[in-house]
Design a protein around this ligand. Structure first.
Ligand code: FES
Length: 360
């Protein structure tokens, strides 16, 4: 008999930073007040929480300070309550259909557990041919996983070592000298006193170089290539801006309102609106964090300052001033390719330009 884990008890430990993430993920269970977040009275009952287990787990995962805890029990899958239907916002297009809900969350323990340990998710699937993850996006995703931004840092204030904490209140003049800074200042002082020092230093370096070259030639060591490499600038290679996102057939079969997250490591969400396929940039247009797609709420929600975007990429809440950007789409030999070197902005009327979408 198939079994599953359902949540019978949920609570919030100290340390809430009132970020709003839990209420966004499970509004029937969590209520964000002025200074903290609380469990709604109905959600103190196991019968109420069981069918809402998935939303509670999502809320725990979204919580930047990991203060949401819960207990689970194992039940037969057939005994589980019916999942709550996703709420479709009034502003959504009536033609947009809810995305299929993910499989129920299964936990391996019935003990009180840390949410992330109970529900660790596999890394996003990267379709073959999509190329390597974008290093810049990977860095942002890692930062997003540490969660909370400055709020998270403040929440972890207690982790600051005592000696470092003690220095915080001191005036700059009272702080102990920084050795590196002192060296830089000393060098600058010397250069100001003796302007010929730099020239002499260059000449002596050149003489040293000639000496070493002679030594290299004399001993048969080829210093030329090594020297040439040394003189070459260190170049950072840009990742390929073209991401192959799979056959056109896959997108023709997408449901309106659907979001494909397989290419998030490459910085792209593939979406299908009523009659168009588009590639959304995953970068929040407020200050550059990476929002999360919340299928139950049918929106992208930025964990940094709470900006929200509809499935189409249009912003509707939070501080962001404009929608997510879209990338150019081309089809080559039946394969859809996202060209991230060309962007389209809604506020500039560019979402109707050829290349900014494919006809569904
Ligand atoms: Fe996304 Fe500020 S960076 S809301």
């Amino acid at each position: 008999m198939a079994t599953k884990e359902v949540i019978t008890k949920v609570w919030i430990e100290e340390g809430c930073i009132v970020c709003d993430a839990c209420e966004t993920a499970a509004p029937e269970v969590f209520e964000v007040l002025e200074e903290t977040c609380v469990i709604r009275p109905d959600a103190l009952s196991a019968e109420f929480t069981k069918p809402r287990s998935e939303g509670i787990v999502d809320a725990a995962e979204e919580c930047p300070t990991d203060v949401i805890k819960f207990e689970t029990v194992t039940v037969e899958a057939s005994d589980a309550d019916a999942p709550v239907e996703p709420v479709v916002s009034a502003e959504e297009s009536p033609a947009e259909q809810p995305v299929a809900k993910p499989a129920p969350v299964v936990s391996k323990t019935t003990e009180p557990s840390a949410p992330k340990a109970a529900t660790a998710k596999a890394s996003p699937v990267v379709s073959s041919g999509a190329g390597d993850p974008d290093p810049a996006i990977a860095a942002l995703l890692r930062a997003a996983k540490s969660r909370g931004g400055s709020a998270g840092i403040l929440a972890n204030e207690a982790a600051v070592p005592g000696e470092a904490g003690a220095l915080r209140g001191k005036a700059a003049a009272d702080l102990p000298p920084d050795a590196r800074q002192a060296k830089v200042q000393e060098a600058a002082r010397k250069a100001r006193k003796d302007p010929d020092a730099a020239r002499r230093s260059l000449i002596s370096s050149a003489a040293l170089g000639i000496g070493w070259s002679a030594f290299g030639l004399g001993t048969g060591v080829a210093v030329g290539p090594a020297f040439a490499r040394f003189m070459m600038p260190n170049v950072l290679e840009e990742p390929d801006p073209r991401v192959r996102v799979g056959p056109l057939r896959r997108y023709a079969e997408m449901e309106p309102g659907a979001v494909i997250e397989d290419f998030k490591p490459q910085g792209v969400w593939m979406i299908r609106t009523r009659n168009r396929i588009a590639a959304l940039s995953i970068i929040c247009t407020h200050l550059g964090c990476i929002p999360n797609w919340l299928p139950n709420d049918r929106k992208f929600k930025c964990p940094c300052h709470g900006s929200g975007y509809r499935q189409s990429g249009i912003n509707f809440e939070g501080p962001t001033p404009r929608p997510l950007e879209r990338f150019r789409l081309v089809v080559e030999d039946g394969v859809v390719i996202v060209d991230k070197s060309k962007r389209y902005q809604f506020e500039l009327g560019q979402w109707d330009q050829p290349g900014s979408y494919l006809e569904a």
